[in-house]
Every structure is written in C-alpha cells, then in structure tokens.
Design a binder for this molecule. Structure first.
Ligand code: SF4
Length: 352
C-alpha cells in the first residue's frame, strides 16, 4: 500500500445537501454537511435514526436510494471530485464500504475465497485467477480467518456472523481503498465479536492508512474508537470536534444529552438521563433551531434565524446560539416532568 500519511484529506465533503427527487425544490433530508477525513483517521458519524447519517454515507459512496438525490455540494476522494455540480459521474474505486449485515452483501452460492479473488481481479485486471486465489487466502488470513486456505473453499452459510463480517472487510480492502465507510459494522454482532471486529478495523486503518468513516448510533463504541466525531441532528451537523472534547465537554445541548447516556458517564453522574421527543421528519422541521422543541435551554432567540455551524475553537464547531453559556452546564430538564419541552422519550446507550 502506498504511504498516504503525508497526503491531503482522503475524503472531503463540502456542502452536501440531499433531497427527495420530486418536483423542482425537493425537501431537504440532509443540509449543507461538510467534513474531511485524513488518511489513517477514524471519524464517527453519529445520530439518532432519521438524523441523516446513513444517507450522508450513502451519498459519499454513490449509493443513494431511488427517489433521493444529491441536490448540492461536492465530494472529493483522494483529491479527485467524484460528485457535485458540473462533475461528471466518476467511479469511486478508492472507496469501499462495509455494511451492517454481511449476508446481504455476500453471494450465498459462491465460495468465500472466490468472492475475495473476484474483488482483487476487479481492482487488478491483470492478476491471474491462480494468483488472485493465493492473494485471497492471504487476505482472509490477514483479517483473522483461521485455516484460511481451507475456509476459502467454504460458502458464506458455513461462517458465523463475525467471520462473515471479516470476509466483507477482506473484500473491502482487496480493492486497495483510500477510504472505508463502515455503516453500523458491528450492530448485528454479539458484544464479544463486536470488539474483535472493531480491533480489526482499527488495525487496518492504521496499517493501511485507511480514512475510515464509522457510521454508528453506539456512543460507547465511537467514544472508544474514533479520533473525531460528527454529530448529526435532523439532517445537519450540530457539533464536530475531537472525540474526547465533544463527549467530555459537549457544547450543544443535544450532544450533552447524548454524552450523559454513555454508561460510564451515567455512573459518574449517578443518574440515567433521557431525552424527550424524537427527531423531526423532513417537512416537519421547526423554524429557527431544529432542536428547539426538545431543548431544555431554548430561549426566544432560538426560534429566530437558523443557527449556523460556527467555529468555537480550532477543530471544534457547534450549531447553538448559546454555545459556551455557563447556564448550559446545568442538568437538562427531566423529560417526564410536567411542562418539559417535549413528549417523554428515552435515549439509551444506543440511540433510537
Ligand atoms: S440554539 Fe437554542 S434551542 Fe438550539 S440547541 Fe441552542 S439553546 Fe437549544
């Protein structure tokens, strides 16, 4: 693998906006999302269901579902624009993706080794079938498949969930990508297997210099694994920065509420926090701050202009009019209390 450490960002996303492909002005599902990931960096894209995180990842991978389109913005992979205004459709050879359920991505009627070999030959057409099979066995061994030569001759149904995810990771890295998107890669796995699969992704991003976007709703997972976090709410970024800073000293009330749900933090605080309400659907988003209906700290000004994502410190940005206000350090309103800001809800370790 080429040394990527000194290169610029492996992935750059500028002003990504996604809407329904219906009529002249589609309702935005994701609005003005910008970020970059350097080689070897793991960045967590976090939010509740409906926050827009998976759509953002799908747009980067060029896999938006039918009826949804990128209406503005620009995506660059390893310095080359692959999507955006005036950018002709480009192959995204330098990007690979690992999904939640490997069984939906693997061909059930094809031997595992042949599937890895096929991915190798797609990337390196000159590779002979024999050499591709040898390289596939090496890759399977590399991702922790024991007795790789023997297991390469087996079919996906003969593998456990964790082993199938390792095969998917082998197929992903077979293409020598610069960017890996892992969309909830361990959500379907047992806790003990989750750790070993994440250890593998961690090792690969370091050894191969992979810029990794980890899409997850598991706060404990991202707090352990990611260098930086991008927190989304209602289709937009609300806070970004180093993981320790974002979860240890959140500036946005939503992010603070999330951080209070991490088990270690809840033990430290001596209370289990919950957050009222749910993420609004596109088309039902209130004016002003989108989080306002669920925010314990909302003031009249929050219903005015939509707050921008503003730099608070180098590498740290937040979308809150009251960011840095000492009053926000107070305990948020209990959602069960009469007069709380929204309907009761709950926010466990894994976001809904
Ligand atoms: S802008 Fe206002 S409503 Fe929005 S998060 Fe900040 S304090 Fe809460």
């Amino acid at each position: 693998m080429a040394d990527r450490a000194d290169a610029g960002p492996a992935l750059r996303v500028e002003g990504l906006t996604i809407g329904l492909d219906r009529g002249p002005s589609p309702a935005p599902l994701v609005t003005d999302v910008s970020f970059a990931i350097r080689p070897g960096e793991m960045v967590g894209l976090v939010g509740e269901s409906g926050s827009g995180k998976s759509l953002t990842a799908a747009a980067v991978a060029g896999l938006l579902p039918r009826g949804v389109r990128m209406s503005a913005g620009r995506i660059e992979l390893a310095g080359t624009a692959v999507a955006g205004d005036g950018v002709p459709a480009q192959p995204r050879d330098s990007l690979a993706m690992v999904f939640q359920n490997p069984m939906t991505s693997l061909n059930p009627s094809m031997r595992v080794g042949d599937q890895v070999a096929e991915a190798l030959r797609l990337r390196r057409p000159g590779l002979s079938r024999r050499d591709a099979r040898k390289e596939a066995v090496r890759l399977l061994d590399e991702v922790g498949i024991g007795r790789a030569a023997e297991r390469a001759r087996q079919y996906p149904f003969e593998f456990s969930g964790g082993m199938r995810q390792r095969v998917m990771i082998a197929i992903a890295v077979a293409g020598d990508p610069a960017v890996l998107i892992a969309d909830e890669p361990t959500t379907a796995l047992d806790v003990t297997v989750q750790q070993s699969v994440m250890d593998l992704l961690d090792r690969l991003r370091r050894d191969l210099g992979l810029a990794t976007l980890l899409v997850s709703h598991d706060l404990a997972l991202v707090s352990e694994r990611c260098d930086r976090l991008l927190i989304m709410y209602a289709g937009e970024l609300v806070e970004t920065g180093d993981t320790g800073a974002v979860l240890g000293d959140a500036l946005h009330p939503y992010v603070d509420a999330l951080a209070r749900c991490i088990p270690e933090r809840a033990i430290e605080l001596g209370t289990v926090h919950s957050l009222p309400g749910t993420v609004p659907q596109a088309g039902q988003i209130a004016s002003g701050c989108r989080f306002r209906p669920r925010c314990s700290f909302a003031v009249d000004a929050c219903g005015g202009d939509h707050p921008p994502l503003a730099e608070h410190a180098p590498g740290r940005a937040v979308r809150c009019l009251r960011a840095g206000d000492p009053a926000l350090a107070a305990e948020p309103t209990d959602p069960g209390e009469p007069g709380g800001p929204g309907e009761p809800g709950g926010l466990p370790r894994r976001l809904r």
